[in-house]
Write a protein that binds this ligand. Structure first.
Ligand code: HEM
Length: 293
């Protein structure tokens, strides 16, 4: 953790100290973030062993950084993030729910341990393949639960104790999108996804590549960009040709993306099995038991 000023360090320490009470009073005791426990448990809690201080502090540091070490703002966002997680149950999206196979086929997770810092975990969205499958966007909640599930599984591959691997990289492949009118349902799903990521997943994106974007569709980029905040925009790179991606992500498949891997295509690189953290599993089981009762 790097603090630029003594004041930043003090804000971080203040948040760490205040968090148990904030969580108790304002978040109904919900203390899970991306599968990890943010605060140590009480003696009476059965869940004490799930707390890992290094990970918890890594996550709290990220939250402080996201809101420029402004104490009140951090507190306000922590409350809204934890309340949202308690209600939306993103862990269930990632590890319990079964999503439409047509959606699942376009969401890929890859891991490249030799890549530069924070380009090691890559989430791929092959949205171009959905161009003629507009029915998949009709039910916004269904789409969101799929997309959030993919995000959470990607986060599971990060290491919040390492500065080299605590952000993710994302790719949107628009291959197949040619002349195209901005469909209102796709627009709605995109807008809501962007808003959820901005509000509840801060300080997690390192870079985002948009590949196979036909020049005639640059206007779509301009439209969607109006939903995106300035800090996130700076992380975007548009590549008209898919094969240029290899210059940025060298271990990606040679086929379609111009990387060094000539043996595996993207599907072969896909990491299908991602397990929840122990605490994530504990929370999922607890919620499941409550529903059954
Ligand atoms: C974001 C879908 C076409 C640019 C998104 C998102 C979705 C989506 C669901 C939400 C963010 C995410 O899932 O990570 C689609 C579909 C398209 C399409 C289904 C057509 C079949 C385009 C085109 C462009 C574009 C042609 C032009 C470059 C963007 C941008 C974002 C975005 C800039 C914001 C990304 C972010 O904030 O993370 N799109 N899109 N989209 N899309 Fe598209």
């Amino acid at each position: 953790m790097k603090f630029s000023t003594e004041q930043e360090r003090q804000t971080f320490n203040r948040i760490v100290k205040a968090l148990p009470l904030i969580i108790h009073d304002k978040c109904d005791g919900y203390d899970e973030l991306y599968g990890y426990k943010l605060i140590p448990g009480d003696e009476e809690d059965g869940d004490k062993t799930y707390y890992n201080e290094e990970v918890a502090h890594g996550l709290i540091y990220k939250l402080c950084k996201a809101y420029q070490f402004q104490y009140d703002e951090i507190v306000q966002h922590v409350i809204s993030i934890l309340k949202w997680r308690r209600e939306f149950n993103p862990l269930s999206c990632a590890f319990m729910e079964v999503h439409d196979p047509e959606l699942q086929h376009v969401g890929i997770l890859t891991q490249y341990p030799k890549h530069d810092a924070n380009k090691k975990v890559v989430t791929w969205n092959l949205y171009g393949q959905l161009m003629k499958k507009k029915h998949l966007f009709q039910d916004v909640q269904k789409f969101l639960r799929y997309r959030i599930g993919l995000m959470e599984r990607g986060l599971r591959l990060l290491d919040f104790t390492s500065e080299d691997n605590d952000y993710m990289t994302q790719v949107h492949d628009y291959k197949g999108v040619s002349m195209w009118k901005m469909d209102s349902e796709i627009k709605k799903c995109s807008k809501m996804t962007i808003s959820i990521f901005q509000n509840y997943y801060p300080e997690l994106l390192y870079a985002k590549y948009f590949v196979n974007v036909p020049k005639v569709l640059s206007w779509v980029y301009d439209v969607v960009m109006t939903f995106v905040d300035a800090r996130t925009r700076k992380k975007f790179v548009v590549l008209n040709e898919g094969k240029k991606l290899g210059d940025h992500l060298p271990d990606c498949p040679s086929q379609s993306y111009g990387g060094h891997d000539k043996t595996h295509d993207l599907l072969a690189q896909n990491i299908e099995l991602v397990k929840p953290t122990e605490y994530g599993l504990f929370i999922l089981e607890k919620r499941n038991d409550e529903t059954v009762e």
